[in-house]
Design a protein around this ligand. Structure first.
Ligand code: ATP
Length: 233
């Protein structure tokens, strides 16, 4: 479904991503793990058109999306849940969900999807008139995911969904991702604290200073001595 081929990304003269290649197959959950500053966010931002690569190709569903705009990618079914969630704290839960449908021209469909999100996340329904900033961290993460689901993505990309959340909340988020995957959404995520993410992942890649140094099944990576020491505490 997604093929990233020989990607190179620079910030000014500094190369952040070195010849990175990986793939995500339809129906998979794939995790990229790596420490602080390894380049995980850069890869995701490049896929969704927020950062431009200097060379390499990104193919989605057989189409070259390397130079597409973020809006075009949302319409094609590629959607990012950004690091730190980036919900609008002053806007209500309902308004945040509505904004999630900005790229969808059929507003009736957006309203219908918002109702579906209230069914999937009853807590968001209870709090629909509350401003986003008053939600707990876990609720904000759910709102960020629900907002991304408004346009029914084929590929949902999440930048450190566990960031700043208690393990029990993280477990809930990962259970949700498993459920979404079972319902047909392919998932790519990046994580620094990766033990729980690897448990739900079909496959994983390890990124170190902008290079992929290892790949395997979630189980293989999660049980590798080297990885356990370096990334999983
Ligand atoms: P974190 O887990 O801290 O988010 P990361 O693995 O996502 O880290 P990136 O944010 O992709 O890493 O950063 C990769 C490298 O690129 C780092 O050295 C970072 O300092 C640098 N970098 C990131 N964004 C910019 C930018 N806008 N301008 C210049 N350098 C940047």
């Amino acid at each position: 479904m997604l093929n990233v081929e020989n990607l190179n990304v620079f910030y000014g003269k500094v190369q952040a991503i070195h010849d990175v290649s990986f793939q995500v197959n339809k129906g998979e959950i794939v995790t990229i793990i790596g420490s602080n500053g390894a380049g995980k966010s850069t890869i995701l931002k490049t896929i969704v058109g927020l950062v431009r690569s200097t060379s390499g190709r990104i193919i989605f569903d057989g189409e070259d999306i390397t130079k597409k705009s973020s809006d075009a990618l949302v319409r094609l079914g590629v959607r990012l849940v950004p690091e730190g969630r980036q919900i609008f704290p002053e806007h209500t839960v309902y308004e945040n969900l509505l904004l999630g449908g900005y790229a969808e021209r059929d507003k009736k469909l957006v309203y219908k999807r918002i109702q579906e999100m209230y069914e999937l996340f009853p807590i968001l329904s209870d709090r629909k008139h509350q401003s986003g900033g008053t939600l707990s961290g876990g609720e904000q993460q759910m709102l960020a995911i629900a907002r991304a689901l408004i346009t029914t993505p084929k590929l949902l990309i999440l930048d450190e969904p566990s960031l700043g959340l208690a393990p029990i909340i993280v477990q809930g988020i990962f259970d949700l991702l498993k459920k979404l995957c079972a319902e047909g959404i392919t998932i790519l995520l990046v994580e620094q604290m990766a033990a729980m993410a690897l448990e739900i992942s079909n496959r994983a890649y390890v990124l170190e200073i902008g290079k992929i140094i290892m790949e395997g099944t979630g189980k293989e990576i999660g049980s590798s001595e080297e990885i356990l020491k370096a990334y999983l505490g």
